[in-house]
Write a new protein. Sequence first.
Length: 159
Amino acid sequence: MQQEGSDEMVLEDSYITIAWLVLLIILLVVEIITVGLTSIWAAGGALVALILNILKFPFLVQVVAFFAVTFLLLFFTRPFAVKCINSRREKTNYEGIIGKTIRIAERVDNMSQTGMAVVNGQEWTVRSEKDEEILEAGTIAKVVDISGVKLIVRRYKEV
């Protein structure tokens, strides 16, 4: 009789081993598909839990280790990894425009809703940072923000 109970225990352990392995594979596949450091931390936790299962640690210890390792990896390595991955990120078109000095092509008057400039070969609607400020065509301005598809500018003053 005791042999039969032992066989059931081995069977349960093998199902748990398979479950940790399947979870690890799923998390790795999700990471490969997303390429954004979304599930790699949990995959590390699943790997540790799988190893603990193979070493015959109790299931509760495996679950606690899974969550602990996932949290520790997320907390300690994610900031470093994100910094390294995003270090080569280039600014998009609009991010590169903020801070740039431009020449106004059409009179900027917020009340009349007029204003235009050409930046990097593209026409942009332009609005002044201050509603009462009117910028005539040919004026040099500095882009301080972008709101939707409008450049928000202020008159450029050389320092």
